[in-house]
Ligand binder design. Sequence first.
Ligand SMILES: [Zn+2]
Length: 171
Amino acid sequence: MRCARVRKSLTAYLDSELPADLCQEMATHLQCCTSCRQSWTRLRQLDGLMRVAPAVALPDGFSERVLSRARQRDANPRPAERASLPLIGRWKSLPLMQRAAAAAVLITGITTGVLMGWQTGGKQSAQARANSAAFDDPVVVFNLDYLSSDPDGSLPRAYLSLVSAQKGPGE
Ligand SMILES: [Zn+2]
């Protein structure tokens, strides 16, 4: 079983949604793959935190306000919200401040992802160096393959393809 498939199936594995034979393959892979085992440990830690986190009380009338806004938008969708609009079109139709905010969020996310991946990659450098092909692949080094589960045309997928395209011609 390949690492990318294991990473994609971790959530389903955690939720006991996988067939028995796949569960066995996952367990076997997680026993011998340090990188996937770290992702598995992080996911379980996150799940544990989510389970003990206190429920946040919503302000009075919150649900009604959200539903009312949703109905208004359903009735009068703005051009930027039309699903048929491609990514670039949606980007161009955003007001300047929203574009700046989206760019800031994207840059922060990329920086955080790279720093987190760099820390993880640093810890794994001995193992990664042993496999020079994997060490040269930023997707492997920075553990970015979880981004591949996002839909086509999304910002994470665009970032992933950008990073993948920077690999050498020998890859
Ligand atoms: Zn693996």
